[in-house]
Structures are given as C-alpha cells and as structure tokens.
Design a protein around this ligand. Sequence first.
Ligand SMILES: [Zn+2]
Length: 719
Amino acid sequence: MHRLTPRRSGTLALLIAVLAPPARAQITRVIVEKNVDTALGYSPDALRRQRAREADFRALVSAERLSAYHAGLTRRPHMAGTEGAHVVADSIARWLRAAGLAVEVLEYRPLLSYPEDIAVSLIGSDTTALRVDEPASPLDPDSRHSELGPGFVAYAASGDVTAPVVYVNYGLPNDYAQLAARKRDVRGKIVLARYGRSHRAVKLFNAEQQGAAGIILYTDPADDGYARGDTWPDGYWRTSQQLQRGNGKYSWHWHGDPLTPGTPALAAGTRLDTARAATLPRIPAAVLSWGQARRILERLAGDTVPTSFRGALPIPYHLGDGTSGRVRLRVRMRHELRTIRNVVARIPGARQPDRAVLLGTHHDAWTFGGVDPGTGAATVLEVARSLGELRRRGWQPERTIAFAFWDAEEFGLVGSTEYAEDRARQLRDGTICYINTDLYTNGRLDAGGVPSLRDLVVGVARDVPEGDGTVYDAWRASRGAEPELKALGSGADFVPFQDFLGLPTLSLEYNATGGYSYGPYHSNYDTRRFVERVADPGFQRGAQLARLLGTVALRLGESRILPFRFSHYARRLDEFVADAERWLPDGARASPPSLDFARLRSAVRRTAEESRVLERRIDSLLARDQSPRSVRRLNDALARMEQRLLDESQRPDQRWYRHLVYGWNIYSLYDGQPFPGLAEAIRRNDRSAAERELAKITAAVTRLAGGLAEAASLADARP
Ligand SMILES: [Zn+2]
C-alpha cells in the first residue's frame, strides 16, 4: 500500500481505502496512471512531441558560439554607467536582433557610485602608502588595461580619517560581542574586517553602529586564498595581490536604486533626499588584498586574538590595543545619477503572447566580468540564439519566452529591480516563471528556487543527457541525496522577482567552489583568460547549462497545464516550521521564546491536502488528454499562487521584501532564509514582533491553501 501510494502516509491511505469505496477507486486509478509515461503538465502524446522539440533545441546549442559571445562581452572593463557598459548593452541588443528576437532597451537613471580618490596609509615614524589597486601581471595582459581603477566599496561615504586600527574578524555582531567582553572599544577607530560569512554591507553597518570612524575590508587566505586550494592563475583562490570590490549598500531595506524604493528610477521621477536614503552607508570604506592588509595586521599590538578570529597568515593576529596600527583612510566617492540600460528580448508566444517565461542575467561587471557575469550572460545569449534558430525554422512557443540582460547588478540589483518596479503589474499578471543565471564555474549543479518548481526541475534534469547519464544522475551523485532546490537569498537578480513581486523563481548555475566567491571574483583578474584556463576551458560546462536552461524554459513555455507541484511546497513548509520551532535569540543559551505554531501547522496541513486534490485532478485530466473547463484561468491561478505569500500591508520603503516565506538572511552571506521576518524577530528576541510575523505567515499559508482549493475547482474536466 505504502509503496504504491507514495504521497500518502500508509495508515491514512489504508483507512481511506477501508472506509470509503470511492477513495479506493481513486487510488486504483492513480496507480494505473503511474504506468503511463507522463511529465508534469503534458498529456502522454504531447510529452512525446515536446521531448523531440527539446532535443532539437539542445542539438543547436554550441560551445563555440557561446565562447564567441563571451569574447565579445569581456573585451574591456564595463562597469555600469560607463561607456564600456553602454557598448556591451548595444552589442547584446544587436546579437539578439540578429538571432531574430524582438528587442527592447529600457533606460533608467539610478544613483550610482564611483571612486574619485581612495588612499590607505600606515602612519608611524614615517608614512607608507598601501596599494589600493591591483598590480598588472604578465600572466594576464588584460590586467594592464587603462580603464581599470582602484578597489573600492560602492556607496561608501566620503571621509578622511586617521585613527588606530582594531581587528574585528568578520565584523559581525558576535565578533563585536567578543571584543566587548575583552573591553575593546572601536568608537572613533578604524576597523579592519575580513571578507566572508556575510555580505560586505553588513560589515559596514555593524562598524557604523559600533561607532567606528571607518572600515577596511580584506580577504584573508583562510577564507579565499591558499588555505582553500590552488590560487590564481592555476586555481580558484585569491592571491596576495587580488582584492574584492563590491557595493556596500544596506540592501536589507530595499534593493535597487537607493533613491526610489518601490518605484522605477525614471529620469523625471521623484527621489528621496540622499540624507534620508536608508540604504546609504555613513562611514568611509576601502578594500585591500591580504598582501597589503598584512602590513596593518603586523603593526597591531594588544591581546592575541580569540581562536575564531585567527586567519591563515603566518603571523600572530592581534586585536590592536587602541593606539597601535595607526592608519589614514581617505575616501572620496562620487555619487551621481547615471543612465543604465536593460536589454529585454522576446520570442512571442503563438497563442499566449501575454504569458511569459523570463530568463535573466546581468551584463555589467566590476571589471571585465570574465566569470561574473560573462559566463552567465554568454550562456543566456546562447539559449536565446538557439531558440531563435528554432523559431526561424518555423516553430513558435505556446507562451512568450523572454530574455533579460540587466545593467548595474553589481551596484545592488539595480537594473532588475527598477524593471520589476516599473513593470510590476504586467509581470505579476503574466510571468509564469523567472529564471536567473548570474555566473557559473565548472562544478556541480547549483539550483535554487521555490519548492513548487522542484519536481519540474528534477523532471527536466532526468531528460537532459550528461556524460553517460543525465543531469539528474550527476546532480544526485554530487549531493549524495535526492535533489532539492536551495532557498534563494540575495546576491543576484532573482531577488526583486521573488521577494518584491512574488513570482515563481529559479536560479540555475554550476558552481565549483561551494559559494559565490572564487579567486578573481570582483577583481581585475576576472577575465576571459581565467575562464579559458580554469573556470570553463572549452565552454563545455556553459553549453551544458544552456541546454538545461533552455529545456526548462521550453517545458514551462509549452505545457498545457503549468507544471507546478504545491505538494512539495507543503513538504518544505513543514520542514521550515520544524526548524523555526527551534530558533534561538542571538547569544541565548536558554529556550526559545515560546511561540504557538499550532495554527501555522494546521494551515500547512491544509496546503498539503488541497495540493494533493489539485494534483490528482490535473494528472488525471492530462493522462486522459482532457482539458479543464478554463485552462487559462487554471494556469493563471497556478502562476499567481506564489503572490498569496506576499505581505502587501506596508509601503515598499517600509517593507520591500514582501515575501513572508522566502528572503535574505543577511548574517549568512547570500543564503536564503525561510520565514525571514520571523527569524529576525527571534534573533533580536522581540517577542511581539515574532508573534505579529507568525500571524502574518499563518494568514499567508492559509491564503495559499485557499488558492489551491480554488484552483482545484478550476481543474474539473470540461463538461
Ligand atoms: Zn554577477
């Protein structure tokens, strides 16, 4: 019994079978249908045709073409708002038109941030300037390019501070708690923090909250250097001379343009006063390579550090005694409105042109963008070109398949966010899925997204060949367990679509290092040469990713009934609730604040029940090649189900992250955080905020269950 009805608990199924004859009949039918070769959203006949079309698409994908796109994208530095970025956007638009797609270029005017003058000097008996740029290397001629600038933290404040340095480890709340326990005060000091464990903005914010006068970030080889493995140019890890740029914007308030939360940054639009923009840091910041930061660390006196503060440099690490290691930090930034360009291209749907699958990546880069985003952008271009070729041969998708190349991602998802805010209504009504690919390196499949799309991704992975097996086989082997989609957090352009708009969202990439970082990440050395040598020699991994992405897009774009599986959502919600019941406030050893999860648990149970009813009806229609009464209304209900999990009771500048189930845990790098508002309230030990958030989550999951019941009523066969 249990074996034959895997979605039911054995006892429950047995009870139903004994007590209710109609249910027994239904179970028998489900069992019979299991023998038919089906995939989510397709009748058996339609699936055969669909698989043939998907194979046609995959045969068109070419590693050589992908490599040629990559060469064009990575020719010169192309930071957002500069001439280089405009040239790249123009090239992308031209390539997409040549591939036969309808292209739209959308301009916005956000506040961007550039270095005018960055200097860090050791102050002692004499003054020694440290290098804030990256030296050219004969191993990579690109590193000599005249348009390369110094390392900097975008949106950092301008300032000129001379003060002793305190080493603060990762610069996170627990690190400052350890410093306080040792009576180490950072007020008026310059703090030196290492990269890792959180977004860099969190380090700026904590330093600012602690009263520091400025912050210097560096990459310790323990986190991203020789202690991890082979360094550039032979391996993925950072050398003594490579630094990491990036934005320091406080994006947990809102993403995108700092001055237009919730609305598009149009040239003539109204804007916040920069003094009132909550996402702008208030202290100066600079970045150093470890070769330079070491010279500050060597001058620090005082206690040796706690074990958890120790990096991998062969020196004793000291905290600084409040007088040693005096440094002058001089930062002059220029913050100004600049024009950015998103490029969006479409293959219009034959019968449902106003319903779309949207694939996205970004085109701006801190320097050359060899890996970030050259690999991702070239891959999405190759998907677009190959589907464009199918279109030329006479095929047209059922729904629109669209491709977006966002600008100013590196400044904090600016292009994608402004677009999401600009086209909010249209996107919420008509987008069935947003699929992001920022970058890839030649490693294992790294798939994230909402649980309702997990079964689809697994189904497609079983159909895409890889080596002697399938993508699924390699994926499962690399995890050692049944594949799951990771919760998406921050750090890439899926954020506005998932967290602000509530669209069903996926991220599909390959990853060799187990995280976002790889040696040349956000450095002058992130070039084509590095990709050719280390990240993807021959661009075979990129071609494989293009085949997977395109197949997922086709499976979604062509299905009769959209292939969502909310029973898996219910299962994940159940796991998240079990986790949440064990969450503790920061630093607490005692029991968690006693919250009553009973009503949320029962809403999750109802979600599971309603989704089973819905899925049985859909599967049964498809197995018999029947359509529901209104397939369009059913599909719209399915695609918009995710939006029931949004909290829209507040203005975007008060709550821009509206998704109650998914969001960003700023204290764990770019990881996704289930129930982000609740997690934060518990972390701060704010019981009433936790209760409010729990009530909102419960209401949202109840809305989801109600939506599934409505969808089930739309999934009756046509009379
Ligand atoms: Zn990127």
